[in-house]
Ligand binder design. Structure first.
Ligand code: UFG
Length: 341
């Protein structure tokens, strides 16, 4: 079965490509390398021992995307990762986020409809919940206004998928996976997160600080209404998250879904504060981290973590990696990067 993976050279995408291949699928990568690097392809190849067909195109480019669908002839399903993903940056550059994240989905759906490809796994995010009234969030928790343009693009994309699927002539079947916070790297340390420039996300900032690339981690706010005053998130190991995609794709191909659009939280079901992550990293690495508490970051939700019951009951999916092991894999990856310059 051939699965097109947009953003397949990116952080989650590259791990999903590996898991798909190892589960017996034929992944095909589409990536414009705007926020990913060619070296991810070499990493994938080193792990699986094969080259994955790769198209260097922007999936918001209709003509280019059509060429991929034509060349590949029969695509059984698509996993759409390609998107901008930094909450803070989206507050600074909202138009770029709407254009890229919503625009690429619209183009992809047009081309999928034309080529009669009916299976889609869409990368959604826990940011669609906004600031929830109660924790943990279940898939039925009502979405509040998003706290950032990034979150709003994910809400809009979910709406687009629902409307397109509801159209009488459309045969689209979609699984929306609402990711919590992916961290860590493949155990081989051949692929992992490759932030371009100064990292926006917590864990790469931590590992770069520990490696001496950044001087000090700034914790974005210590005055939230949480037990230690710092934000709470649900940190899921990226390989666990990648495996959720394999299960979702299989469910679509088997036509097991109970509705044309199904939604699943993909998290561990546990919340950890930023300070807890810092402490766990210190334990995993045996190092002391240089950090201080700074001001709040615009667009941040104070606390969110998943109720992961539906994914477990319906998909049979459960995370396997602890926070400590996830952070250890992130540190191993950082050290490998450092050694290779
Ligand atoms: N943080 C810091 N200092 C930093 C970076 C982050 O304190 O230098 C804090 C943030 O304020 C937040 C937590 O660490 O409280 C996690 O922040 P991230 O930027 O790593 O991730 P977000 O919670 O902003 O996650 C969002 C979405 C996810 C999505 C992720 C991808 O909620 O769905 O962005 O970037 F996967």
């Amino acid at each position: 079965m051939k699965i097109l993976v947009t953003g397949g050279a990116g952080y989650i995408g590259s791990h999903a490509v590996v898991e798909l291949y190892q589960a017996g699928y034929q992944p095909v990568i589409v990536d414009n390398f705007s926020n990913s690097e060619e070296s991810a392809l070499a990493g994938i190849e080193a792990i699986i021992g094969a080259k994955v067909p790769t198209y260097r195109i922007d999936c918001a480019d209709n003509a280019a995307l059509r060429t991929v669908f034509q060349t590949e002839e029969k695509i059984d399903g698509v996993i759409h990762f390609a998107a901008y993903k930094a909450v803070g940056e989206s507050v600074q550059k909202p138009l770029a986020y709407f254009q890229n994240n919503v625009g690429s989905l619209l183009t992809l759906l047009e081309v999928m409809t034309e080529f009669e490809v009916t299976n889609l796994v869409f990368s959604s995010s826990c940011t669609v919940y906004g600031i929830p009234d109660a924790l943990p969030v279940t898939e039925a928790t009502p979405s509040k206004p998003a706290s950032s343009p990034y979150g709003r693009t994910k809400q809009m994309c979910e709406d687009v998928v629902h409307d397109v699927s509801a159209a009488p002539t459309n045969k689209l079947h979609t699984i929306l996976l609402r990711y919590f916070n992916p961290i860590g790297a493949h155990n081989s340390a051949k692929i992992g997160e490759l932030p371009l420039g100064v990292p926006n996300n917590l864990v790469p900032y931590i590992t770069q600080t520990a490696a001496g690339i950044r001087e000090q981690l700034t914790i974005n706010g210590g005055d939230y209404d949480t037990p230690d005053g710092t934000n709470i998130r649900d940190y899921i190991h990226v390989v666990d998250l990648a495996k959720a995609h394999v299960v979702a794709v299989q469910r679509l191909l088997d036509r097991k879904a109970s509705e044309v659009v199904e939604t699943f939280n993909v998290g561990t079901g546990h919340g950890n504060s930023v300070l807890e992550v810092v402490q766990a990293f210190e334990q995993a690495s045996g190092l002391k981290l240089n950090y201080h508490i700074g001001p709040r970051r615009a667009g941040d939700v104070p606390a969110i973590y998943a109720d992961a019951t539906k994914a477990e009951q319906v998909l049979g999916f459960k995370t396997e990696t602890s926070l400590l092991d996830s952070l250890a894999s992130a540190w191993k990856w950082q050290q490998t990067l450092h050694k290779n310059g």
